[in-house]
Design a protein around this ligand. Structure first.
Ligand code: AMP
Length: 218
C-alpha cells in the first residue's frame, strides 16, 4: 500500500506516519530525514541539499526525485511505503504517478493534516527531534519523560536548524501554501484524499488521528 502524508510543517505528519508504520509494518520514508542524515554525514547529496534546506527552500527535483525513486525500488518499500514530505509540488506528484505506474503501482491513500496557522508556528518553535532515532517531541504538548532526552533511545534531543528561525519557518509555510496546497487538490480530484484536522482547539492530536486511520486500514 502506498500512503502519502500531506500537511504543512508542524501539523504532525511525522508523528502520524510513525504510528501508522508501527501498527501496519509499512515503512515510513521522510525525505526531510533523508536529507538531514546526508547533511550530517556530509555526503555530496547532503552538501548540495543543505544550501536549499537551511534557507527553507525546496531541494530541486533533479536531486529529490532520483533519491525517492531509489527508495521506492529498494527493499524498504517491499510492503508498500508511507511517504512523508513527498510530493511537495504538482510536478513531483505527477512524476510520482508516472514512476509508480511504470512499476504497476499507484497511490492508495493521501492523508492531509490541517492545523490553524498560529498553532503551527507555536508547534514548530517548540518542536524537538531525536537526531538518532528521529522521534519527535514537543516541549509543551508532548515532552520526553526526562527533559532533553529521547524516550526511545536515550539520545539528546535537539531543535532542527530550520525550526529555530522565524524567517525559515515563514518561508516554508509560504512555499507550502503556494506550491504544496495545489497537490492536495490533485489528490482530492482523484478521490483518495482523507483530510483530518489536528488541533488542540478541537482536542484532537496526531496520536488520535493515527489510531483512527490504523483502525480503518485493518
Ligand atoms: P521536512 O522535514 O519534511 O520539513 O523537510 C525539511 C526540508 O527538506 C524542506 O524544507 C525542504 O528544504 C527539503 N525537502 C523535504 N522534502 C522535499 C521534497 N519533496 N522536495 C523538495 N525539498 C524537500
Amino acid at each position: 500500500m502506498i500512503i502519502l502524508m500531506m500537511g504543512a510543517q508542524g501539523t504532525g505528519k511525522g508523528t502520524v506516519a510513525g504510528i501508522i508504520s508501527k501498527n501496519t509494518g509499512i515503512e515510513q520514508l521522510s525525505t526531510g530525514d533523508v536529507f538531514r542524515k546526508n547533511i550530517k554525514e556530509k555526503t555530496p547529496l547532503g552538501l548540495e541539499a543543505e544550501k536549499y534546506i537551511s534557507s527553507g527552500n525546496l531541494v530541486p527535483d533533479e536531486i529529490t526525485i532520483p533519491m525517492v525513486t531509489n527508495y521506492l525500488d529498494s527493499d524498504l518499500a517491499k510492503n508498500g511505503i508511507i511517504l512523508d514530505g513527498f510530493p511537495r509540488t504538482l510536478s513531483q506528484a505527477q512524476k510520482l504517478d508516472e514512476i509508480l505506474e511504470q512499476r504497476g503501482k499507484k497511490v492508495d491513500l493521501v492523508i492531509n493534516l490541517t492545523t490553524p496557522r498560529e498553532e503551527i508556528i507555536e508547534r514548530i518553535m517548540t518542536r524537538r527531534v531525536c537526531p538518532n532515532c528521529k522521534a519527535t517531541y514537543n516541549i509543551k504538548l508532548h515532552p520526553p519523560k526526562v527533559e532533553g532526552i529521547c524516550d526511545e533511545c536515550g539520545s539528546k534531543i535537539i531543535q532542527r536548524k530550520d525550526d529555530s528561525t522565524e524567517e525559515a519557518v515563514n518561508q516554508r509555510l509560504e512555499i507550502y501554501e503556494t506550491k504544496t496546497a495545489p497537490v492536495i487538490e490533485y489528490y482530492k480530484n482523484k478521490g483518495i484524499l482523507r483530510t483530518e484536522e489536528v488541533s488542540v482547539r478541537i482536542n484532537r492530536l496526531g496520536q488520535q488521528v493515527a489510531e483512527d486511520i490504523v483502525k480503518d486500514l485493518k
